[in-house]
Write a protein that binds this ligand. Structure first.
Ligand code: AMP
Length: 548
């Protein structure tokens, strides 16, 4: 029997139309570094997005599913591009401005982007790439920055504001198949070439609904979210789309991502929510410890992208800011799990739940797979690789213009599940605890040591600012942990002190014997510990290692 329900396409266009009318008064505030931020209502953003779509179609000749790239900070214009491009049927391709030049060139060429919208402040990055980007025919420049950097470049250059001025404020939005691509984002590519994940209109729509569920971020038009997570990092975790669904106000930091301006914008604009990776929160904590600021408006902060050290969560608890841990990936749109504890618990009882990666929502199915391919129990103890599937989980990767999408064996199982490369356990009530990345786990004498556990234990020491632990080859045990540590300013703590501190919570055989002080832990393009770089520095003999 067929259902009697209507079959409507779930598209980004619907989200745009809804946000710009029903929530027309909600605001996107962009930090400018000047006395006043830029403020635009959703109605204005929607109108400007409509004008941008007209300009892209009529002036730049964008048709069909052509790719329009953005090389932009989080700001009002980027939100306009987020809605204009997919709603006209084209594909928004967000470029990660922290990638090395060769990777950006590879990615733009792979996607065959025709247009790039860039912030003026990023032209020093874009201009030298252009000779290597033959598919780019147009560069649209938004915001301040030195335009002369583009003198003599091959593509046509347009001024964003001039381009969208005097365009119609209506657009004959096409009927879009909800399964077609709306946005494209490449994985950060720590191994091999980057891989393109193409989100569909439908996946974005459904993911936005999940973001807005109370078991996830659950915000309303009474909230303001500070979107620190870049719009090029998995669509800013889905926030720009989710906000247009429910009218959540957005506070966008543009290029002012340093701890001091972030602290200032929180104190002045009083967001109720924020989203960012742990390194941002580490930096902000150091800043407000040195120069106290009022962060108390933020009743909830979503933290993810890499494991949140429990000590960081405790430090923010003391500031009255509750960090809520979330897990996800580029391939999962990214919302996988969020760590809201179950009902009816005391704060002490909640704690073990808060430090997990979180609970699975109804729409994300998960399984744990053991080394022999066996499916493991959800008993909170059996550790295996996490595999997931669902309506906003990638089932393949973009094959490039004219190429077939592909399903690498190490990423997609034969029966269609995404292999996350994350190792962990799941409790009977669906809380996921990651113990490591499959490739970061330390295999010592046939036993596994979790690098994340050691890092978390080390970062609980008051004189440790950051710590990253990697596996290094060891003649006797195969692999052993190397602890690289960043100490707080003026600290004189010794390696023996740190090892004794670790011994309070970590089994003796897991204690690292190799230690190195580093000025900073190297980070990836999206702010995660870059363990590949640490392993290489060790292999190249660049670290001053002390053996205890
Ligand atoms: P990306 O696609 O760059 O966002 O990276 C996704 C990966 O980040 C995941 O596969 C995890 O290894 C890691 N990750 C994301 N969130 C968390 C978290 N809350 N705890 C630990 N690792 C995380």
């Amino acid at each position: 029997m067929l259902s009697t329900m209507q079959d409507v396409s779930l598209t980004v266009t619907r989200i745009l139309k809804h946000g710009m009318t029903i929530h027309g008064k909600s605001q996107v505030t962009t930090w400018t570094g000047e006395a006043e931020p830029q403020r635009r209502s959703f109605a204005e953003i929607g109108e400007r997005a409509t004008r941008l779509a007209n300009a892209l179609k009529d002036e730049l000749g964008v048709v069909g599913d052509q790719r329009v790239a953005t090389l932009m900070w989080n700001n009002g214009e980027h939100v306009e591009a987020y809605f204009a491009i997919p709603s006209m049927g084209a594909v928004l391709h967000t470029l990660n401005l922290r990638l090395p030049a060769e990777q950006l060139i590879w990615i733009v060429n792979h996607a065959a982007d025709r247009v790039v919208i860039a912030n003026g402040t990023l032209l020093p990055l874009l201009a030298p790439l252009l000779p290597h980007l033959p598919t780019i025919e147009h560069v649209v420049v938004a915001g301040p920055g030195d335009r002369s950097l583009l003198d003599g470049c091959a593509p046509q250059v347009h001024e964003y504001e001039e381009l969208i001025a005097d365009r119609p404020t209506t657009f004959d939005w096409p009927e879009i198949d909800e399964r077609s691509a709306a946005a494209l984002c490449y994985t950060s590519g720590t191994t091999g070439d980057p891989k393109g994940v193409a989100y569909s209109h439908r996946s974005i729509y459904l993911h936005s609904m999940q973001v807005n569920m109370a078991e996830s971020m659950g915000l309303t038009d009474q909230d303001t979210t500070l979107v620190v997570v870049p719009q090029f990092h998995v669509n800013a975790w889905g926030l720009p789309h989710a906000t247009f669904m429910t009218g959540i106000n957005m506070l966008m930091p543009d290029r002012f991502l340093q701890p001091a301006p972030l602290a200032e914008m929180i104190e002045r604009e009083r967001p109720t929510h924020a989203a960012a990776v742990p390194t941002i929160w580490q930096g902000l904590l150091a800043e407000v410890t040195a120069n106290p600021r009022d962060l108390s408006s933020m009743s909830q902060v979503t933290i993810g992208g890499s494991a949140c050290p429990p000590a960081l969560m405790e430090a923010y608890d003391r500031l009255g800011v509750r960090l809520c841990h979330a897990w996800g990936m580029t391939e999962t749109s990214p919302l996988g799990t969020m760590a809201h504890p179950p009902a009816g618990l005391t704060p002490e009882e909640e704690w073990p739940y808060r430090i997990t990666q979180g609970r699975l929502p109804a729409s994300v199915e998960a399984r744990l797979v053991g080394p022999a391919g066996e499916i493991l129990a959800w008993d909170g103890e059996s550790a295996g690789e996490l595999e997931v599937r669902g309506a906003w989980i990638a089932g393949s990767y973009y094959g490039g213009a004219g190429g077939e999408n592909f399903r690498p064996e190490d990423k997609i199982s034969e029966d269609g599940w995404l292999k996350t490369g994350d190792v962990g356990v799941i409790s009977a009530d669906g809380f996921l605890t990651l113990t490591d990345r499959a490739k970061d786990v330390i295999k010592s004498g046939g036993e596994w040591i979790s690098s994340v556990d050691l890092e978390n234990a080390l970062m609980a020491h008051p004189e440790v600012a950051e710590a990253a632990v990697v596996a290094v080859p060891d003649e006797r045990w195969g692999e052993r942990p190397l602890a690289t540590v960043v100490l707080t300013e003026g600290s004189t703590v010794s390696y023996t002190d740190l090892r004794d501190f670790l011994a309070q919570t970590v089994a003796k055989w897991q204690l690292p014997e190799r230690w190195a002080l580093v000025p900073a832990v190297p980070k990836t393009s999206v702010g995660k510990f870059d363990k590949k770089v640490i392993r290489k520095s060790y292999a190249d003999g660049e670290l001053e290692v002390t053996e205890l």
